[in-house]
Write a protein that binds this ligand. Structure first.
Ligand SMILES: *[C@@H]1O[C@H](CO)[C@@H](O)[C@H](O)[C@H]1NC(C)=O
Ligand SMILES: *[C@@H]1O[C@H](CO)[C@@H](O)[C@H](O)[C@H]1NC(C)=O
Ligand SMILES: *[C@@H]1O[C@H](CO)[C@@H](O)[C@H](O)[C@H]1NC(C)=O
Ligand SMILES: *[C@@H]1O[C@H](CO)[C@@H](O)[C@H](O)[C@H]1NC(C)=O
Ligand SMILES: *[C@@H]1O[C@H](CO)[C@@H](O)[C@H](O)[C@H]1NC(C)=O
Ligand SMILES: *[C@@H]1O[C@H](CO)[C@@H](O)[C@H](O)[C@H]1NC(C)=O
Ligand SMILES: *[C@@H]1O[C@H](CO)[C@@H](O)[C@H](O)[C@H]1NC(C)=O
Ligand SMILES: *[C@@H]1O[C@H](CO)[C@@H](O)[C@H](O)[C@H]1NC(C)=O
Ligand SMILES: *[C@@H]1O[C@H](CO)[C@@H](O)[C@H](O)[C@H]1NC(C)=O
Ligand SMILES: *[C@@H]1O[C@H](CO)[C@@H](O)[C@H](O)[C@H]1NC(C)=O
Ligand SMILES: *[C@@H]1O[C@H](CO)[C@@H](O)[C@H](O)[C@H]1NC(C)=O
Ligand SMILES: *[C@@H]1O[C@H](CO)[C@@H](O)[C@H](O)[C@H]1NC(C)=O
Length: 296
C-alpha cells in the first residue's frame, strides 16, 4: 500500500537545473512541498540569473518557505506568494511554474524578464494578483482574469475573456502595444474600479459596453487613438462612480460637446489635454467639482 502525505514532504531532492548556463547537480535535505519544489525548479530554470539566498540552501533555509520572496500558508505548507520585484532577474518564465498550484500572488515587477507569458500560469486556480509590470514580455496576451502588466511589449487585442470575472477590480495594461478595437463584454465586470489602458494602439471608439462598469472610479485612456469624443462621453456618463477620467491625446481636433444632457455626477477630474479640441469649456462640467480640467 502506498500512503501519500499531502502536507509537508521531507525530501531528499536531487535537482538538475542551470544557472547562467552551468549545469549543477545538487542534493540536499529540504522540507518543501514536492509540487512547489518542481515549480520553483522550473522557475529557476527559466531564469538566466540566480536569486541570492535561494540556492544552495544553508542550514537556516532548508525549507523553501524561508527563502526570500516566498510566503507559505503555515497550515498547508504550500507556497501562496512569490514576490521578487526589482531583483534584476533576467530570462523568461517557465511553463512549469504551473506546479505552484496554490499560488495567490505573483509579483515579478520591474525586472528584466522577457519572452512570452506562459499560458499555464494564468490557469492557476487560486491566482488573484499578477504584477508583471516593467519587464520585457512580448507576444500575445493570454486570456486572463487579473492583471497588472504595464510597460511591456504585449500585443494583440484586449482578450475577450477579461470580461469573465466579476471579481476583477483593477486592470493596468498601460504602455503596451495592444491594438484593434476593444471588444469586451463588460456586463459582468461589476467590481472593476480602476482601468488603465493608457498608451496603446487601439482604434475607433470607446466601446458601448463600458457603460456597464458600475463601480468604475478611475479610467485612463490617454494616447489610445480613439475618436468621437461626443459619443464617448455619452457612454461614459453611464458609469455612476466615475471620479477621474483621463482622455489626453485622443479625439484629435474634435469639438468639445456642449450637450446639456450630459451628466457626470461624481466626476472630480477630467484631464483632456493635447487633443487640440475646439469649443469652449462646457456647462455640463460642474466648475466646482472639476478640479483637474485641462484643455490645450
Ligand atoms: C540529510 O538528512 C539525513 C538524515 O536526517 C542526514 O544523515 C544527512 O546528513 C542530511 N544531508 C545533508 C546534505 O544535510
Ligand atoms: C541562510 O539563508 C537565509 C534565508 O535566505 C538567510 O536569511 C541567511 O542570511 C543565510 N545564512 C547564511 C549563513 O548564509
Ligand atoms: C491555508 O491552508 C488551509 C489548509 O489547506 C486552508 O484551509 C486555508 O484556507 C489556507 N489559507 C490561506 C490564506 O490560503
Ligand atoms: C509589487 O511589488 C512592488 C514593489 O514592492 C509594489 O510597488 C507593487 O505594488 C506590487 N504589486 C502589487 C499588485 O501588489
Ligand atoms: C525561454 O528562453 C529559451 C531560451 O532563450 C527559449 O528556448 C524558450 O522558448 C523561451 N520560453 C518562452 C516561454 O519564451
Ligand atoms: C519592445 O519592442 C521594440 C520594437 O520591437 C524594441 O525596440 C524594444 O526593445 C522592446 N522593449 C523591450 C523592453 O523589450
Ligand atoms: C481567448 O479566448 C478566445 C475566445 O474565447 C479564444 O478564441 C482564444 O483562442 C483564447 N486565447 C487564448 C490565448 O487562450
Ligand atoms: C513604456 O514601456 C517601455 C518598455 O516597453 C519602457 O522602456 C518605458 O520606460 C515605458 N514608459 C513609461 C512612460 O512608463
Ligand atoms: C467585489 O469586491 C469586494 C471588495 O473587494 C468583495 O468583497 C466582493 O466579494 C467582490 N464581489 C465579487 C462579485 O467578487
Ligand atoms: C500603431 O498602429 C499604427 C497603424 O496600424 C502602426 O503604424 C504603428 O506602428 C503602431 N504602433 C505601435 C506602437 O504598435
Ligand atoms: C454580455 O454578457 C452577458 C452575461 O453573460 C450576456 O447576457 C449578454 O448577452 C452579453 N452581451 C453581448 C453583447 O454579448
Ligand atoms: C460608488 O462609490 C461609493 C463611494 O465611494 C461607494 O460607497 C459605492 O459602493 C460605489 N458604488 C459602486 C457600484 O461601486
Amino acid at each position: 500500500m502506498i500512503v501519500v502525505l499531502q502536507s509537508l514532504w521531507l525530501l531528499v531532492v536531487i535537482l538538475v537545473f542551470s544557472i547562467q548556463n552551468q549545469v549543477l547537480v545538487i542534493s540536499n535535505n529540504l522540507t518543501c512541498n514536492y509540487d512547489d519544489m518542481r515549480g520553483l525548479a522550473g522557475f529557476m530554470n527559466g531564469l538566466e540569473s540566480s536569486i541570492d539566498g535561494w540556492w544552495p540552501p544553508n542550514s537556516s533555509s532548508l525549507s523553501c518557505c524561508n527563502w526570500v520572496g516566498i510566503t507559505c500558508n503555515s497550515s498547508s505548507g504550500r507556497i501562496v506568494r512569490l514576490e521578487l520585484p526589482s531583483k534584476r532577474l533576467t530570462g523568461n518564465l517557465s511553463n512549469s511554474m504551473a506546479n505552484l498550484d496554490q499560488l495567490r500572488t505573483l509579483n515579478l515587477s520591474h525586472n528584466f524578464l522577457k519572452g512570452s507569458l506562459p499560458v499555464s500560469l494564468f490557469h492557476l486556480p487560486h491566482l488573484e494578483v499578477v504584477d508583471l509590470s516593467g519587464n520585457g514580455f512580448n507576444g500575445v496576451l493570454p486570456n486572463l482574469s487579473y492583471l497588472s502588466a504595464h510597460s511591456n511589449n504585449l500585443s494583440g487585442v484586449l482578450p475577450p475573456s477579461l470580461s469573465n470575472s466579476p471579481t476583477i477590480s483593477s486592470i493596468n495594461l498601460r504602455n503596451n502595444s495592444l491594438d484593434g478595437s476593444i471588444n469586451v463584454n463588460c456586463s459582468l465586470m461589476v467590481n472593476l474600479t480602476s482601468l488603465d489602458l493608457d498608451t496603446n494602439n487601439f482604434s475607433g471608439q470607446i466601446p458601448e459596453s463600458f457603460k456597464n462598469l458600475e463601480s468604475l472610479s478611475y479610467l485612463s485612456l490617454s494616447n489610445c487613438s480613439f475618436n468621437n469624443l461626443s459619443a464617448s462621453l455619452k457612454i461614459l456618463q453611464h458609469c455612476p462612480n466615475l471620479t477621474v477620467l483621463v482622455l489626453t491625446i485622443n479625439f484629435y481636433t474634435e469639438q468639445l460637446p456642449s450637450d446639456y444632457d450630459l451628466r457626470f455626477k461624481e466626476l472630480k477630474a477630467l484631464v483632456i489635454a493635447n487633443c487640440r479640441l475646439t469649443g469652449s469649456i462646457p456647462l455640463w462640467l460642474n466648475p466646482l467639482a472639476v478640479v483637474g480640467f485641462v484643455m490645450e
